[in-house]
Design a protein around this ligand. Structure first.
Ligand SMILES: CC(C)(COP(=O)(O)OP(=O)(O)OC[C@H]1O[C@@H](n2cnc3c(N)ncnc32)[C@H](O)[C@@H]1OP(=O)(O)O)[C@@H](O)C(=O)NCCC(=O)NCCS
Length: 185
């Protein structure tokens, strides 16, 4: 059975992923306030700072999910979060999501952070399937996920209603048996 109570630190060349805490809220605020990040993540719900402090302050105590802050090694700055959630123990699967603050995107950090947490999901947590949803208007995220080994498996038509427009979501996944060959390239 996967043990989500252990919160790891995962080190790559560009980023370190470590347990998120309430002290990260100021750095993560743009995820909840920047209109473009909110659109790309389909965020219909608004959170005030008190709610965010409560949320991030309680992630370390969760035993059914993994919430990691993404720290850029070059600067030591918290640039976003990477999360395994929606754990389904019977089917050994989790959903993955990730979001960075606007000025951290497009420099390869997301691909590396995705590889690190997905690798942990397979290698340490013993998951079989890790899946995500990405909106049709977010080709940058889709490309990062593909580089990290995710494959598109279907389209949820009109899944998001955003400012009057219906937007498709693509479901992508990576499976444990694929992971070794994905990483070997
Ligand atoms: C999604 C996210 C984590 C990806 O991380 P990132 O660091 O920006 O991604 P990377 O730099 O590792 O890779 C992006 C890739 O997309 C490519 N790309 C950028 N814009 C693109 C576009 N408009 N169309 C196609 N590809 C694009 C880049 O060239 C790069 O691919 P390459 O290395 O082959 O050139 C980050 O962009 C982010 O947090 N964005 C805001 C929130 C968000 O979209 N969250 C995901 C919701 S599903």
């Amino acid at each position: 059975m996967a043990d989500f109570s252990h919160k790891p630190t995962l080190t790559g060349d560009l980023v370190v992923l470590r347990p998120v805490t309430e002290a990260d809220v100021p750095a993560l605020l743009p995820l909840f306030e920047d209109p473009e990040v909110i659109r790309l993540t389909g965020g219909h719900t608004r959170f005030d700072e008190a709610a965010l402090l409560e949320w991030y302050g309680s992630r370390g105590a969760q035993d059914d999910r993994l919430d990691l802050a993404v720290v850029e090694r070059a600067t030591g700055r918290v640039v976003g979060e990477a999360v395994l959630t929606a754990w389904d123990p019977d089917n050994e699967s989790c959903a993955f999501r990730i979001a960075f603050v606007p000025d951290a995107v497009g420099r390869g950090l997301g691909t590396e952070a995705t590889r690190l947490i997905v690798g942990h999901g397979f290698e340490a947590l013993g998951l079989y399937r890790i899946w995500l949803e990405v909106y049709a208007f977010n080709p940058r995220a889709r490309r990062a996920y593909e580089k990290a080994g995710f494959r598109a498996e279907g389209v949820l038509r009109g899944a998001l209603l955003w400012e009057g427009e219906r937007v498709d979501a693509t479901v992508m996944s990576v499976l444990a048996p694929e992971w070794g060959s994905v990483q070997a390239g």
